[in-house]
Write a protein that binds this ligand. Structure first.
Ligand SMILES: C[S@@+](CC[C@H](N)C(=O)[O-])C[C@H]1O[C@@H](n2cnc3c(N)ncnc32)[C@H](O)[C@@H]1O
Length: 263
C-alpha cells in the first residue's frame, strides 16, 4: 500500500528539509557527471539543484508519487538555458536506468524502500566506472517524535498489527552495516551523521513537520474519530517532548545519516 504524498504539506519547512540534501550534493565529488539520477525526487527542488551544479549532465528525477511528480514538473517548467532535466515515474525498489549512471543521488527517500542489503548493491551495479552513489536518510525513528507515534497508538488502543509492525521496523541500517554492505562494491565509502537542531515557530510545529513525512502511514491508517483521538494524544506527547522556549519557539533535533560510495 502506498500512502499518498501531499506536496503542500511537505513544502512547509522546505529550507530546513533541503539543507541535508544540498550538503550531500556538495560531497559527491564527481569531476564531471553526464548522467545523474535523483531517486525519490519529490517536488524536484533538489533535482533542480543537481542540474544547477552539473549543467552539462542529463538529470533524471524518479518518483512513484503522481502528486510529487506533477509538482516537480511544474516547478521546473522554465529551466536555465542548456539544462536537461526529466522526471519519470518509477519505483526505486525495482528501478533500472537505461544506461549506467555517473551519480545516483537520493535524499530522504531510501528509508521508505525495504531490504537495503539487496537494494544498495543493485544500485551500485547501475553506476558507470568512477560513479558515485550518494544518499541521506533520517535517524529519527528512535527519537521522541517517532517513538511517541507507537506509544500513543498503544495507549489509545488504535491501529492494527500491520501499522505497528511497519512503524517498529528497522527503517535504516546502522553506519557499520552500510560500511560493511557497500565496501565490497566501492573504492571508497564515506559514512557520517549530522544532527540539525532546528528552531521551529508556530502552533505545534513538530506535528506539522512530521505530518508531511513520517506520520503519513499513521494518518492513512486511521479515520474519523480514531484519527482525531490519535492526533490529540500525539499533539500532547510532542508538546511534552519538545517544550516551548521563552521566545515561543521549539527545538526539534533532526539527526540524519549520509552515505557516499565511490566506484
Ligand atoms: C521525503 S520525500 C523526499 C523528496 C526529495 N528527495 C527531497 O529531499 O526533497 C520522499 C520521496 O520519496 C518518494 N518515494 C518513496 N518511496 C519510493 C519508491 N519506492 N519509489 C519511488 N519514490 C519513492 C516519495 O514519493 C517522496 O516523493
Amino acid at each position: 500500500m502506498t500512502t499518498p504524498w501531499d506536496p503542500d504539506q511537505y513544502a512547509r519547512f522546505e529550507d530546513s528539509r533541503l539543507r541535508p540534501g544540498l550538503e550531500l550534493r556538495d560531497r559527491v565529488g564527481h569531476p564531471g557527471p553526464r548522467a545523474v539520477s535523483d531517486l525519490g525526487c519529490g517536488p524536484g527542488a533538489l533535482t533542480l539543484a543537481l542540474a544547477v551544479r552539473w549543467p552539462r549532465a542529463r538529470i533524471t528525477g524518479v518518483d512513484h508519487s503522481p502528486e510529487m511528480l506533477a509538482r516537480a514538473r511544474a516547478a521546473t517548467a522554465e529551466l536555465p538555458p542548456g539544462v536537461t532535466l526529466a522526471f519519470e515515474t518509477g519505483d526505486v525498489a525495482t528501478w533500472a536506468p537505461p544506461r549506467p549512471q555517473d551519480v545516483i543521488f537520493s535524499n530522504a527517500c531510501l528509508h521508505w524502500v525495504r531490504d537495503h542489503p539487496v537494494l544498495l548493491p543493485r544500485l551500485m551495479g547501475h553506476l558507470a566506472p568512477g560513479g558515485v552513489l550518494a544518499f541521506q536518510v533520517p535517524l529519527s525513528h528512535a527519537e521522541p517524535s517517532h517513538a511517541a507515534m507507537g506509544e500513543v497508538l498503544d495507549r489509545e488502543g488504535l491501529g492494527g498489527e500491520d501499522l505497528r509492525r511497519s512503524l517498529a521496523r528497522a527503517w535504516v541500517l546502522s553506519p557499520a552495516e552500510y560500511l560493511a554492505l557497500l565496501t565490497p562494491h566501492a573504492r571508497q565509502v564515506d559514512v557520517w551523521e549530522t544532527c540539525y537542531h532546528q528552531v521551529l515557530e508556530g502552533e505545534d510545529p513538530v506535528l506539522e513537520w512530521v505530518r508531511g513525512t513520517g506520520l503519513r502511514p499513521v494518518l492513512d491508517a486511521l479515520e474519523g474519530e480514531e484519527r482525531e483521538r490519535f492526533l490529540a494524544g500525539y499533539r500532547e506527547a510532542l508538546r511534552t517532548a519538545f517544550p516551548r522556549r521563552s521566545d515561543g519557539t521549539m527545538v526539534y533535533p533532526f539527526p540524519r545519516l549520509f552515505v557516499v560510495a565511490r566506484t
